[in-house]
Each structure stands twice: as structure tokens, then as C-alpha cells.
Design a protein around this ligand. Structure first.
Ligand SMILES: *[C@@H]1O[C@H](CO)[C@@H](O)[C@H](O)[C@H]1NC(C)=O
Ligand SMILES: *[C@@H]1O[C@H](CO)[C@@H](O)[C@H](O)[C@H]1NC(C)=O
Ligand SMILES: *[C@@H]1O[C@H](CO)[C@@H](O)[C@H](O)[C@H]1NC(C)=O
Length: 258
């Protein structure tokens, strides 16, 4: 279906300022991310009309065919600039609610106008209104991973190709900032037959096993729902670290988490 041309990896790592050129009050940003722990919203006139949310039937677990559970993932479309033969732009949702303002403003929309692109934004699983599971129990959180999220995007690309009768050979370009910027680059690397290029803004492109800096983002995210949650998780982590310092503590920890 998709031709796998020998295209060089078109990953542009550009400063966040380019993608976020129109972000309001960007002093709120610390090391390229919002104090809220996610990509900020772009600046727009009050009451700017935005496309309404749509839902897409997504697989819960892309790596286990014996779990055919599905859920509804939220996405937004702006087809106003699209002329068949033009590219498809895919804005990747990150660790926060997907803001539909991105569908009508920002540098990528200017590119879309210029290149007659069809634009989509897919919200990241477990964020905003895209909740695959009823609760956030450890069992259910097992489905929250970058791998699953990349597979969500691949599955979404296939579905939208059918829905919009996107011609064969159409170039899909992924966009993202920060965490979702990393996802954009990884999507290009992992699914080169689906993604022609990626624009990755201010992203930690090299995957890191012990990515301690990301805890700051998690902290900001947790604080959105409840500050006490941050304190509780921090206290619990410290207590566990203490326990793991000696054999008796080890034993206690083993008992607790048996
Ligand atoms: C935006 O919409 C609200 C509710 O419809 C209205 O009260 C308000 O005056 C509008 N603001 C502007 C700047 O148009
Ligand atoms: C797409 O974005 C343009 C530019 O902001 C806007 O004028 C248009 O209404 C948008 N289309 C939809 C369907 O929201
Ligand atoms: C935040 O968490 C604390 C501790 O669990 C709880 O007592 C409090 O009611 C929570 N606040 C809200 C707004 O949920």
C-alpha cells in the first residue's frame, strides 16, 4: 500500500521557539515545557473557533493479539487546506490534553496552508479525553508506553488513509514538541514506510534508559490533579529507598509488594 522509498531520515531538531513561536507568555516555560508539564497552548484570539473532537476506535494492546480490547481515542482534523496530492501533517499529542487550538494556529498550520496539507492531531493515550482504561491501577497503566503510543499513531495513519482516501505515495509528516517531538522522530525511525519526515521541536531525541529529568514532567502532571499526590509519591519513593538500604528493609519491601 505504502511505497517504502529510500528516503533519508528527515528529522529536523529545531528550537522550540520555531514551533511555539506563537505561544503566549512563554516565560511560563521551563526548559522548553509548560509549568503544567506539557506543551503549552498556542496564542489565539478569544473565541477562535476550532474543529470539534472526533473519536477513533483504537486497540488497547498492539503487541498482544489475544487482547482484542478497543477504546476511543480523541483526534482533531483540519482539512480546510487539503488538496489531494498534498501531504498529510500529523501533530502528535504529548503528555497532556491535546488543545484543538493547535488545529488552527501555529507554524505547522502555516506550512499546511503553503503545502495544501491535510492536518490531524492525535491525543496521546491516557491523557486528556483519551482514556483507554477505567482507572489508573498498575495493571491498567501497563498499557501506557511510548511503544504503544507509536503503534497508536501507525494504526491511526492506516485508518485515516482509508477514511480520507489518501492517495498512495502521499507523504506523511509528523510534528511534535518535547516528548511528542521525540515520538515524532521515533515514529519516522520505526515506521519509515508510513512516515516520510518528522519535525521534532526541542525534543530529547536520544532515548535514555534512566531518564531522571522526566520525573520533573511527571511531577508537574501529577500536580495538575492534586499537589498532595506529588508529596505522597515523593514520600513513598524516599521511604522505599530507605528500606532498600539494608537486608531487613529489603525483606519488609518484599513483604509489602508481594
Ligand atoms: C466569547 O464568547 C462568550 C460566550 O459566547 C462571550 O460572552 C464573549 O463576549 C466572547 N468574547 C469575545 C472577545 O468575543
Ligand atoms: C483550519 O485552519 C484555518 C486557519 O486557522 C481556519 O481558518 C479553518 O477554519 C480551519 N478549519 C477547520 C475545519 O477548523
Ligand atoms: C488531594 O489529595 C489529598 C490526599 O489524598 C486529599 O485529602 C484531598 O481531598 C485531595 N484533593 C482533591 C481536590 O482531590
Amino acid at each position: 500500500m505504502h511505497s517504502n522509498k529510500e528516503m533519508g531520515v528527515t528529522v529536523l531538531s529545531i528550537m522550540i521557539l520555531m514551533l511555539l513561536a506563537e505561544v503566549e507568555g512563554w516565560k511560563m516555560f521551563h526548559r522548553g515545557r509548560g509549568r503544567g508539564g506539557m506543551l503549552g497552548s498556542p496564542r489565539a484570539a478569544p473565541n477562535t473557533s476550532v474543529p470539534s473532537a472526533e473519536l477513533f476506535l483504537q486497540l488497547l494492546d498492539h503487541f498482544n493479539p489475544t487482547v482484542p480490547r478497543t477504546w476511543e481515542q480523541r483526534y482533531f482534523t483540519n482539512a480546510s487546506f487539503y488538496v489531494p496530492g498534498g501531504p498529510v501533517f500529523l501533530m502528535i499529542g504529548g503528555e497532556g490534553t491535546a488543545d484543538p487550538l493547535w488545529m488552527v494556529t501555529g507554524q505547522w498550520i502555516e506550512y499546511a496552508r503553503h503545502y495544501n496539507a491535510l492536518c490531524f492531531m492525535l491525543e496521546h493515550r491516557y491523557y486528556g479525553a483519551s482514556r483507554p482504561t477505567r482507572d489508573l491501577s498498575a495493571r491498567n497503566l501497563a498499557f501506557l508506553s511510548s511503544e504503544q503510543s507509536l503503534a497508536d499513531l501507525a494504526y491511526f495513519i492506516d485508518a485515516m488513509t482509508v477514511k480520507y482516501e489518501v492517495p498512495e505515495g502521499t507523504k506523511w509528516i509528523a510534528f511534535g514538541g518535547s516528548y511528542s517531538g521525540a515520538l515524532a522522530a521515533w515514529l519516522r525511525a520505526k515506521y519509515p514506510h508510513l512516515i516520510h519526515g518528522a519535525v521534532s521541536a526541542s525534543a530529547p531525541l536520544l532515548a535514555k534508559a534512566d531518564f531522571r529529568e522526566y520525573y520533573r514532567v511527571v511531577e508537574d502532571d501529577l500536580a495538575i490533579s492534586n499537589d498532595s499526590c506529588v508529596t505522597a509519591v515523593r514520600d513513598a519513593t524516599q521511604e522505599l529507598n530507605m528500606l532498600l538500604k539494608d537486608p531487613l528493609g529489603h525483606k519488609t519491601a518484599n513483604e509489602i509488594f508481594k
